[in-house]
Design a protein around this ligand. Structure first.
Ligand SMILES: Nc1ncnc2c1ncn2[C@@H]1O[C@H](COP(=O)(O)OP(=O)(O)OP(=O)(O)O)[C@@H](O)[C@H]1O
Ligand SMILES: [Mg+2]
Length: 296
């Protein structure tokens, strides 16, 4: 407590019984118009998010947080998320907050650090990498089977647990069956945006909703694995290139060749990444196919 950027009081009031007293709060991130804290007490630990009302460069994060809450409720009803994952949500003086059960894990980029080292693949790293990819595909498969698409599959939105399993977070931009009025989906992080989504963003007006389909998640998965394993993003462009130009490059479907950027040779893993990054959505494996491929 007493930190420079404390969580909203309105949220702590609602969460104090859930986590128990005394609890500690720690700021985890403060970026793109939202902040996240870890709230830890004797009875439980939660991740709390709230919009940053002072960041007017961000998209409308308060509305996005309300939308994520709606998605969490519907995904829980559909049996995709366990009933205890959504802890609470509400309004605060500066906008909206949302709390979910804490998942102990490491974001994929950090978790993959040993795999990026050019060491010809320590034996233990190989099954571990395949296991992360498999459990990630299985998670997405649960969503896809229920008619949902995550639509923001990227390295910071997946945590790797100590057991080597992937856990997907951040459902704000998901595209569900029978979505009511919603914030128009216009892609998420550029580097993990599928070619067909890039093309749709470029060819439609900014207020038009693009309904993401499961193959877009599969491309995002392949792009995330490519990026975190090789250290390079899958499509060639400079950091300071305008987003529109990056999207044009992505829309061509051309990616860097793994042969030139892989840290070491790993045919089984490379096969999965190449399949996910197929330019045409219909040529990509389904999440179920992928999980099966990675199990055998
Ligand atoms: N269930 C969770 N368990 C553990 N940590 C979490 C959980 N949910 C979120 N976090 C942490 O909070 C951060 C922000 O969460 P999230 O990605 O859902 O928010 P966001 O507003 O979409 O932020 P961004 O736009 O940066 O992705 C995550 O990167 C992660 O570190
Ligand atoms: Mg996120």
């Amino acid at each position: 407590m007493g930190e420079a950027l404390p969580p909203p009081d309105e949220a702590l009031d609602r969460l104090k019984d859930h986590v128990g007293k005394p609890f500690t709060t720690r700021l985890l991130s403060d970026r793109r118009g939202s902040r996240a804290w870890k709230i830890e007490g004797p009875k439980g630990t939660v991740a709390l998010k709230a919009n940053n009302p002072d960041d007017d460069t961000a998209r409308d994060k308060a509305a996005e947080m309300a939308q994520e809450d709606d998605h969490l409720v519907r995904l829980t009803d559909a049996g995709v998320l366990s009933s205890g994952y959504r802890v609470g949500a509400g309004a605060w003086e500066g906008g909206r907050w949302l709390a979910v059960r804490w998942i102990e894990g490491t974001p994929v980029w950090s978790a993959f650090a040993p795999a990026r080292a050019p060491q010809d693949g320590l034996p233990a790293v190989r099954p571990w990498l395949l296991g992360v990819a498999r459990t990630w595909a299985e998670w997405l498969g649960q969503m896809h089977a229920a008619g949902w698409v995550h639509a923001d599959v990227q390295p910071t939105n997946t945590l790797v647990t100590d057991e080597g399993s992937a856990a997907v977070i951040d459902y704000a931009l998901a595209c569900g069956p029978g979505d009511g009025p919603r914030l128009p989906y216009r892609g998420a992080l550029t580097h993990t945006t599928a070619p067909e989504i890039a093309d749709a963003i470029l060819s439609t007006a900014a207020d038009i909703h693009i309904q993401a389909e499961p193959p877009a998640d599969i491309w995002g998965l392949g792009a995330s694995l490519f990026w975190c394993w090789t250290g390079q993003r899958p499509v060639a462009y400079e950091d300071d290139t305008a987003r529109e130009e990056k999207l044009k490059a992505i829309a061509t479907g051309v990616t860097l060749s793994l042969d030139n950027v892989r840290p070491w040779v790993f045919p089984e893993f490379e096969k999965v990444i190449r399949a996910c990054l197929a330019p045409a959505p219909r040529d990509r494996p389904s999440s179920t196919d992928l999980a099966t491929l990675l199990t055998s």
